[in-house]
Write a protein that binds this ligand. Structure first.
Ligand code: ADP
Ligand code: MG
Length: 201
């Protein structure tokens, strides 16, 4: 049976992840859960490329604005605007500055439920409320309050696709087909095979 064991997701270590020397730590979390790395490169994206990345999903502007308004309300605070699109326009400008400030590392990880598993390991968008045990919860202490106060993007180390659809679009935005490598990983037998034949000699 195929399951979803070939599901792919796109992950980007953002400039702060590299500047904080967390590359090995971040990659290690995806490795140790059993996902397979099938593409990896260091890139210096320009602002246009970053804007294209975030607007591949036509709904991203609305969803991100609504999510930000909700997070203000949940904390009993007044959001900077009631219009989700106005909020996202400011977020996008700041994201362009953030994401072009230093190199980033683009990766494709493959395995069962790759999209959901990676989002679970990454944690919620705002580090202040990301769960303990997640990458954003364990390695960074930023908040919307701090980032808004300094008119900058919230620094949360990493990007990961939110859905299989988003992953497909992001993978083809960042990688050429021949940059992704299909190969056999020995541990896949213990992760996916029905019969564990041949382990004892
Ligand atoms: P995620 O990265 O968790 O999928 P989004 O897609 O909603 O989050 O937003 C993309 C990125 O934009 C976030 O990771 C973060 O760096 C930045 N961002 C989102 N919302 C805000 C906000 N309200 N204030 C500052 N930066 C934000
Ligand atoms: Mg997102």
């Amino acid at each position: 049976m195929e399951h979803f064991k070939k599901e792919q997701t796109f992950v980007l270590i953002k400039p702060d992840g590299i500047q904080r020397s967390l590359v090995g730590e971040i990659i290690g979390r995806f490795e140790r859960i059993g996902l397979k790395l099938i593409g990896l490169k260091m890139v210096l994206p320009d602002e246009k490329f970053v804007e294209q990345h975030y607007t591949l999903d036509p709904e991203w502007r609305r969803i991100t604005g609504e999510k930000t308004i909700k997070s203000y309300r949940d904390k009993g605070k007044t959001p900077p605007s009631e219009d989700p699109f106005e909020i996202t326009a400011a977020i996008l400008e700041r994201l362009k500055t953030y994401m072009t400030s230093s190199p980033v590392i683009a990766m494709v990880w493959q395995g069962a439920h790759a999209v959901k598993i990676v989002r679970k390991l990454v944690g919620g968008t705002e580090p202040l409320t990301s769960d303990v045990g997640t990458i954003r919860g364990d390695f960074v202490l930023d908040s919307y309050e701090m980032s808004d106060g300094d008119s900058r993007s919230v620094r949360n180390l990493i990007h990961a696709s939110g859905s299989v659809e988003e992953a497909k679009k992001e993978i083809s935005h960042w990688f050429a087909k021949d940059e992704l490598i299909q190969y056999r990983l020995v541990q896949e037998q213990i992760l996916y095979d029905v019969n564990l034949d041949g382990l004892l000699k």
